[in-house]
Design a protein. Structure first.
Length: 45
């Protein structure tokens, strides 16, 4: 199964994936840090 979102929204923060992004990095989690959406690998803490 593959899910490659083009846009993410967390509360009032919205971000879009770059058009050249190829994905395939494995599972990720997203959070807001200093007002910006940050993606991290699922296993990173």
């Amino acid at each position: 199964m593959s899910l490659e979102a083009k846009q993410i929204r967390i509360a009032n923060h919205v971000a879009q994936a770059p058009s050249e992004d190829k994905g395939g990095r494995g599972p990720e989690r997203a959070r807001v840090v200093d007002g910006r959406i940050v993606l991290e690998g699922w296993g990173k803490k």
